[in-house]
Every structure is written in structure tokens, then in C-alpha cells.
Design a protein around this ligand. Structure first.
Ligand code: PLP
Length: 282
């Protein structure tokens, strides 16, 4: 199994990360997760574009060749013989004696990545999952896919403690997103989700799903909804690269509607699956 280290594919024991890597000391970097279906990268361009945007948003201006990175990821998947799984990829601001301000602009960034086998979550997508409501305590730049995930980690741990698959995060009663996913509710056949502001990560799954939904004639409204509205929802689901379109059938002790996966959620699942099948020739 090979790993990506800067611009090389190497064995794991060849990788050297300095104790003063800024990713390690400050979480000063950004990352992406890309799915692989049938040996093919899914929506890789979109993920790499977002990686570039995240880097720009945190002032990582070092010239960075995203198309070369794309080629390296394809080579990594091929050499590792990955069929169904994911790629994890991160870029840090590099290595420098610890100081909060940025190191000199010519400090090389540090890129690492690896692949992992991961089947599609078929049985969870079939029956749905439980979610747990908790405060969104994160910072005000959730649009950046930052390595700083402490707020997300604490929220997911709360959810896990409550036997839930995901956290429903809210700011003063307004639902933002999940700890590692975007959230949606369906009411009277309309799909609602938080707009892509600084308060959420604009998921790639979110972007492509909303586009296919609109093309298929479903009504999507990008408008925040409250916990009270969520409690009265007909359907609820989440999306992420690894969870795809995941129904939420229970929120804490309450079933969502009847507790069955609803028809709009099923429609979204089938639209998204078609997209995977088309682009990865599954
Ligand atoms: N929101 C947060 C906070 C996330 O961490 C993620 C993914 O990990 C998402 C949303 C979903 O984004 P994507 O669909 O690009 O995986």
C-alpha cells in the first residue's frame, strides 16, 4: 500500500512529519475526502477546487498544482488497487519553529494522503439512522474545510454517547449542519437546507445533490430552519461524501414523522446513485 507524501507515492515508513509541522501543532491546514467507486474517483474536480478555495481562504498562497495532485491521486488509487473506498488528503502550512504568525511565504506546504477500502453504507441507507441535537459551538468560518475539528469531534462524541449516528448542530435554535455532514428536512414536498454561508461547509455531496434534485423538478429551498420546524418535518436526511444520502428516522427520543424513510429521501438516494453509476460506470 502506498501513501502520498508531497509529490511522491511512498511506503508509510518513508514518510517523515516534523514535530513542528503546523498541521500537527496548530491544525493549520485543510483537507478533503474523495470517494472511489469501481476504481474511479467521484467528483474529484469539485473536491480539488474546494481544496484550493480552502487554502486560499486561510492565506496559503504558495503556488500549488491541483492538476498534478489530481494525477497523483489517480495513480495512488490505481497502484493501491482500490475499487470501493475513499481517499483522505490534507495540506498543512508546512514546518517552521513554533510561532502563531505565518512562516515565510516560501515555506513548502506538507501534503499527505492515503486510500482506504470502504463499501457503500447500504444497510444504513436502507433503514435510516438516529441523530442527536447539540449546540453548534464551532467558530464562524465553518465554510473552510479546516483540520481544526475539535468542535466537530466534541459534537460527534456527544452524538455517539447518545447512540446516534450524527449530531444535529444548532445556533440558538437554528439548525446549521451535522458534525461531518449537511442536514435537510422535507416539509410538504419541499426540501429545506441551510444556505451555503460561513456557518456551514458547502458539501460537495450537497452541491451535486441539489443540482440533480432541481433538474429532476424537486423543490429545494436554501433557507435555515429551526429545531421546532425540524420536529414537525415529514422527512429528514443528511449528506456527506462517505454517507451519501442518509435518512434520519429518529432525533433523540422522537421519530421523524412515522419513523419510516420517506419518498423524497428515497428519490434523492436514487438520483444520487444514478449520478455515481453514470460517472464511475458502476
Ligand atoms: N459539513 C461538515 C462539517 C463536514 O465535515 C462534511 C464532510 O466531512 C460535510 C458537511 C459534507 O461535505 P461533503 O459532502 O463534501 O463530504
Amino acid at each position: 500500500t502506498l501513501y502520498l507524501w508531497n509529490d511522491q507515492l511512498v511506503d508509510k515508513n518513508q514518510i517523515k512529519i516534523d514535530i513542528e509541522d503546523r498541521g500537527y501543532q496548530f491544525g493549520d491546514g485543510v483537507y478533503e475526502v474523495v470517494k472511489v467507486y469501481n476504481g474511479a474517483l467521484f467528483t474529484a474536480k469539485e473536491h480539488l477546487t474546494r481544496l484550493g478555495q480552502s487554502m486560499q481562504k486561510i492565506g496559503m498562497e504558495t503556488p500549488f498544482d491541483l492538476s498534478n495532485l489530481h494525477r497523483l491521486l489517480e495513480e495512488l488509487v490505481e497502484k493501491n488497487g482500490l475499487q470501493d473506498g475513499m481517499i483522505y488528503l490534507q495540506v498543512t502550512r508546512g514546518t517552521h519553529a513554533r510561532q502563531h504568525w505565518f512562516p515565510p511565504a516560501d515555506t513548502p506546504v506538507v501534503v499527505t494522503g492515503y486510500t482506504k477500502e470502504m463499501p457503500r453504507p447500504a444497510s444504513l441507507m436502507e433503514k435510516g439512522v438516529k441523530a442527536h441535537i447539540t449546540d453548534d459551538i464551532r467558530w464562524l468560518r465553518c465554510d473552510i474545510k479546516s483540520l481544526n475539528l475539535l468542535g466537530n469531534v466534541l459534537a460527534k462524541q456527544e452524538a455517539t454517547k447518545h447512540d446516534a449516528f450524527e449530531a444535529v448542530l444548532h445556533r440558538d435554535g437554528t439548525v446549521t449542519e451535522g458534525s461531518s455532514s449537511n442536514l435537510y428536512m422535507v416539509k410538504n414536498d419541499v426540501i429545506y437546507t441551510h444556505p451555503a454561508t460561513n456557518l456551514i461547509l458547502n458539501g460537495i455531496t450537497r452541491q451535486v445533490l441539489l443540482a440533480v434534485c432541481r433538474k429532476a423538478g424537486l423543490t429545494v429551498v436554501e433557507k435555515p430552519f429551526t429545531l421546532d420546524e425540524l420536529r414537525l418535518a415529514d422527512e429528514c436526511f443528511l449528506t456527506s461524501t462517505t454517507s451519501e444520502v442518509m435518512p434520519i428516522v429518529q432525533i433523540d427520543n422522537d421519530l421523524v414523522s412515522s419513523g419510516e424513510v420517506g419518498p423524497i429521501t428515497r428519490k434523492c438516494q436514487s438520483l444520487f446513485t444514478s449520478l455515481i453509476e453514470q460517472s464511475c460506470l458502476v
